[in-house]
Design a protein around this ligand. Structure first.
Ligand code: ADP
Ligand code: MG
Length: 606
């Protein structure tokens, strides 16, 4: 055994250790430098990359520049111009504030910084190359602003250099960082070049149209074409941006941008709230796409949680969760036919061109067989829902009522038009002002039934089912305390829980609808949500899942003949029903084929 004495680390080594957290790869260098340019009030930033950023990263901005006397400080650790006190930290508005980026980067690369301070006559240049002192300070010609060049990243830390991937992979990461910044700051002009070739040039965007153009450049035109714009405020929170319709989903969570006061974050609470808003309309295993901006009082969010500041902590997490969920849930529920038929070549579902090229069709999942047995769901379905009406031959009463609509209403052409015929027992063919509408009868009716069942259930209240043999659930101490302190959390849904010991709960009664569900797993999941997020909607989700299955079985099957009146009634029901653009599995329920598109098919007017 060789006991070692304690020594203070050298400044360079300290910086190299810090660099371990802040500088993972070229992309992280670009992130830090871009943030600095933004904090310096730049309006235009040009980025030149060589070999994926491994050889060099050069970033030029027209920001305020750095005062000559501050240059040695800019490159030393724990030195910043952004906060001077704890009070300022608590309401920090800049992207940086830790004073770590430049010293970290310069300790693992050859860095050259040229700058001219806003009211200085000349520019100045410094160099650092992973050694202790800032080297020669010399005058240089430079416009107001700053240019930072980072060469040979990790040249002096070979172990870390080995972790770098191919040029192409590194560039992909780097490009993603630039895209995030471009989405975070529309007022900033950005240019990115790789190996001398321009990758993109984004002029500053100030109005809605040019913002959407930028979003289209970054996220693809298909996204912006099938997204709804949201803008909502409540309780000091504002949410703006674009959310993809449930029919525009991704196989990966790769088109999800969320900004909190201009800072892009990946946050569990946020992801959870958004996921929940889509829960009812998105196909299982698919991911929603969104570009969203949350603004709130900086004092209500802690950004100093993570060295790269990609995580945040909300002072009032539950409020934020609720606000996000509610805003997006409502925005998605309100997408009704009349908002979409006006758009050229669009429906909530797809536009003709994209379905023809096969991109969406290929990614749309097949309808899956439901696991719940029909017999089990039938009685519950009937109790929630009125018995089939003989007049409409199996269709529900509300449906029949809608068929008898007033003549006045019929005069103006409704958004989904009037039915003309039924096609192959599957589709309804209708004519509206724009042209032709095709409706998937089963999918549409399923959504209507489902929404109606949910409303009926909420009105009727929860029916509970006592268990002869209680189910024992093993939980943590913290979780059993939660149950004890908040009995209404479960009882409001018809559960009766008893805390038997610090780590055991007995379930004595369950909501009738959840009888068949995996009760102990559900309760454990709810509790872990409560511990982590402060709220849970799993019980409602589970309930809705079961309702959806019942709705699927209770809806008009293919090959059932409908009269024109019944078809029109279905169309009117769709116009009234929330989320009627997608069936319960997230598949589209209708498509619009405008006259323009029909003309194109026949090469008319070309
Ligand atoms: P932080 O951004 O956390 O303050 P950095 O190490 O990234 O720390 O930067 C240190 C300081 O250098 C900043 O506080 C800022 O004053 C100055 N600085 C860095 N980059 C720029 C730039 N592009 N324009 C103007 N000042 C800059
Ligand atoms: Mg910084």
């Amino acid at each position: 055994m060789n006991p070692r004495r304690i020594k203070r680390l050298s400044a360079v080594l300290t910086n190299q250790i810090a660099a371990g957290e802040v500088v993972e790869r070229p992309a992280s260098v670009v992130k830090e430098l871009l943030e600095n340019s933004i904090d310096a009030g730049a309006t235009q930033v040009d980025i030149d990359i060589e070999q994926g950023g491994i050889k060099s990263i050069i970033i030029r901005d027209d920001g305020s520049g750095i005062h000559k006397d501050d240059l040695p400080l800019a490159l030393s650790r724990h030195a910043t111009s952004k906060i001077y006190s704890l009070e300022e930290l608590e309401t920090v508005g800049s992207l940086g504030f830790r004073g770590e980026a430049l010293p970290s980067i310069s300790s693992v690369s050859r860095l050259e910084l040229k700058t001219r301070f806003i009211d200085d006559e000349t520019g100045w240049k410094v160099r650092a190359d992973g050694r202790d002192d800032v080297l020669d300070l010399e005058p240089v010609a430079h416009p107001v602003g700053t240019t930072i060049a980072v060469h040979d990243l990790f040249f002096n830390t070979p172990a870390r250099r080995k972790f770098l991937r191919t040029e192409k992979t590194e560039f992909t990461h780097l490009e993603e960082v630039v895209k995030r910044m471009a989405l975070g700051r529309f007022d900033l002009g950005l240019q990115l070049k790789h190996n001398g070739k321009q990758v993109f040039r984004l002029p500053a965007a100030t109005d809605q149209l040019s913002m959407e153009k930028r979003v289209a450049t970054i996220c693809g035109k298909a996204f912006i074409d099938s997204a709804v714009h949201v803008e909502m405020s409540a309780a000091g929170l504002t949410l703006r941006g674009w959310v993809g319709l449930p029919t525009f989903t991704r196989s990966q969570a790769d088109l999800q941008y969320f900004f909190v006061n201009g800072r892009m974050v990946k946050d569990r609470l946020v992801t959870h709230a958004i996921r929940q808003a889509y829960q009812d309309v998105i196909y299982h295993g698919r991911h929603p796409a969104y570009v969203l901006y949350l603004s709130l009082d900086p004092a209500l969010v802690d950004v100093n949680v993570h060295p790269a500041k990609s995580e945040v902590r909300f002072r009032e997490g539950r409020l934020v969760h609720d606000f996000l969920f509610r805003s997006l849930h409502d925005a998605l529920a309100q997408v009704k036919p009349e908002q979409l038929v006006g758009k050229e070549s669009s429906s909530p579902a797809l536009n003709l061109t994209s379905s023809m090229s096969g991109t969406m069709a290929a990614s749309r999942p097949e309808q899956q067989h439901m696991s719940l047995a029909v017999q089990e769901s039938r009685p519950a379905y009937q109790s929630v829902f009125s018995a089939p009406s003989p007049r409409t031959g199996g269709m529900d009463a509300g449906f029949a009522m809608a068929a008898a609509q007033s003549p006045a209403e019929q005069e103006r052409v409704p958004p989904l038009g009037f039915a003309i015929a039924q096609l192959k027992g599957i589709y309804i063919l209708a004519e509206n002002e724009q042209g032709m509408v095709l409706v998937d009868m089963h999918a549409a009716h399923e959504r209507i039934t489902y929404e109606r069942m949910k409303t009926a259930l909420e009105g009727e209240g929860i029916r509970a089912q006592p268990l002869l043999v209680p189910i024992m659930v093993a939980v943590s101490e913290r979780e059993s305390r939660l149950v004890e302190e908040n009995p209404e959390l479960f009882s409001q849904f018809g559960f009766e829980l008893d805390v038997m010991g610090p780590e055991t709960i007995a379930v004595r009664q369950v909501p009738a609808l959840l009888r068949e569900a995996e009760v102990s797993e559900l309760i454990r999941d709810v509790l872990s949500d409560l511990v982590e997020l402060g709220s849970s909607t799993r019980i409602q989700e589970k309930r809705n899942e079961i309702l959806a299955t019942m709705a699927c079985h209770g809806s008009v099957r293919a090959n059932r003949r409908l009269t024109i009146a019944e078809m029109n009634a279905l169309l009117r029901d769709m116009e009234r029903t929330e989320r009627s653009g997608q069936c319960n599995h997230g598949r589209p329920t209708w498509v619009q084929l405008g006259l323009g598109e029909l003309d194109k098919l026949f090469l008319r007017g070309q």
